[in-house]
Design a protein around this ligand. Structure first.
Ligand SMILES: [Zn+2]
Length: 222
């Protein structure tokens, strides 16, 4: 795929930055697209722009503020708390978000002459988001091909990885330290290891600790 071009759906977080490193290894040319939907932290957009610049790829920010108009949620509104009740979708879920993002990414990609779209969605640490599931991605891939008569391929390198395995992939790509220090996952807008208290930080740290302890154990075996 070295002669082909890919567009990475890019938020500046751990997962999409890992996808960006992966895409740079797989494809001859890579661009990134970032969605501004009124995130709690403008820092997220700045972080994405900075990483794209440092890694030498183009970044385009698309205004998706209409998403907040359609469906106010905890990712965009500071007056809505981030919560997750047993058996319910977390308050960070936005109906149709990935459907919309990937559809816009496809329109953008076709304009740019790219047929490959890379996204960091994942079914393993399934937080209940229906449009992160593999079945949905495969269905959308078919739909996008039919909608635009264009041979899109949606790539989901993290789909079956848990958070520890995502750290391992980053390490295998030579990007472990970069991703640990430069990416923003924290709901409180703190880069790197974050605030340590929000659900996103807990998930990220649990995966990191697991990966580091596995790595240490393997090192001891060798
Ligand atoms: Zn945090």
């Amino acid at each position: 795929m070295k002669k082909e071009k890919a567009v990475v759906v890019f938020s500046g977080g751990q997962d999409s930055t890992t996808c960006l490193f992966w895409a740079k290894q797989q494809f001859g040319e890579v661009e990134t697209i970032t969605f501004d939907y009124g995130q709690r932290h403008k820092l997220e957009i700045e972080c994405a722009q900075q990483i794209a610049q440092e890694l030498g790829v183009n970044n385009t920010v698309l205004d998706m503020s209409l998403l907040n108009q359609l469906a106010p949620n905890a990712l965009t509104r500071t007056d809505i708390a981030i919560t997750q009740e047993e058996g319910q979708l977390p308050s960070t879920f936005v109906d149709g978000r990935n459907l919309l993002f990937l559809s816009f990414a496809a329109v953008f990609a076709k304009q740019k002459g790219a047929r490959h779209i890379v996204t960091g969605v994942c079914e393993t640490d399934f937080s209940g988001y229906p449009d992160c599931r593999d079945a949905f991605i495969k269905s959308l891939d078919v739909t996008l091909n039919l909608a635009m008569d264009y041979p899109f391929v949606i790539h989901t390198p993290l789909m079956w990885l848990n958070k520890a395995q995502t750290w391992k992939l980053a390490d295998d790509l030579g990007a472990f330290t970069y991703i640990r220090e430069k990416t923003l996952t924290c709901y409180n807008g703190i880069k790197g290891d974050g605030c340590g208290e929000c659900p996103a930080c807990h998930l990220r740290k649990a995966g990191l600790d697991t990966y580091l302890s596995e790595k240490t154990a393997q090192g001891a075996d060798a």
